[in-house]
Design a protein around this ligand. Sequence first.
Ligand code: DAH
Length: 337
Amino acid sequence: MMETMIVEIRAALEAAATDEALQELRVKYLGKKGLITGLMKNMRDLPQEERPAYGSKVNALRSEAEEAFAAKAEQMKAAALEQRLAAEKLDVTLPGKATPMGALHPLNQVYREVRDIFTGMGFEVVEGPEVEFDKYNFEMLNIPKDHPARDMQDTFYVSEDIVVRTHTSPVQVRTMLKHEPPIRVICPGRVYRTDDVDATHSPVFNQVEGLYIDKGVTFADLKGILGEFLRKLYGQSTVTKFRPGFFPFTEPSAEVDASCALCHGKGCPACKGAGMIEVLGCGMVHPRVIEACGLDPEVYSGFAFGLGLDRLTNIKYGITDIRLLYENDVRFLSQFV
Ligand code: DAH
């Protein structure tokens, strides 16, 4: 029986497929009430002289069995590892799944260019609220209540005294009220007007305002800085033209044309054959505005400008319908990746 037991154990171990089965066998043979332990207990029934030989045989069997169990446990561990490696196998030669790249909206791309040019010339970026006091949007910019100058901007009124800002110019006022000159800021943001939607009008659009206030700032500074800005944006060969204009908050005021970035002044559909496109409004900040903001117009002067970001973007990319900028159609937007 003792001779056959190790064979029996080996066969049973061979057949065991799970940790549980292995554990059961361990109890059956090596446990406190197991078969090999039982053999040892049988020793009592033997004559004294046979006991040592019998004892060493059982001990040998026990060691053999323990070795067999250890070998099996080792083998099962190796098999489990093998299986896990096979399951987690990674084929690095498989073609990847492409994740489509998003991109900045064209308005943001052009805004960043504008921002980088001005910050490169020492301007800081400030922002103001889109829901604004009438006082900041109009009155302190020299546009009194009931004055015909208000007709220039069709306004969404929230209440008597509050509007949805029609331009970014109120941020000029907020900045002058808060900061001592020298002031050099640009103010980007959404603005709103009660315009019906068509190819060139949208009730919401984007402007970038600029303001430079210090002692001794002149129209020459205005021309130099805005000219440089347009050459940086559209290329060194860009030609600019400053035409007299009117804005209540500047005096004198000008409207600025730049040679068309697409045809370089030759005339094309984008500039309607004119070769030049109006790109911004500007002027020397009106002394009344400087004074309303608590600064002395005898000491301080400066210039301001406002540019339409939508316009700049459309010119840059040859877009002929402003609605495309606001519909968020990915077929349109994915062209700007
Ligand atoms: N706020 C003007 C508009 O929306 C644009 C503008 C013109 C802003 C001249 C200025 C400026 O600061 O000096 O039409």
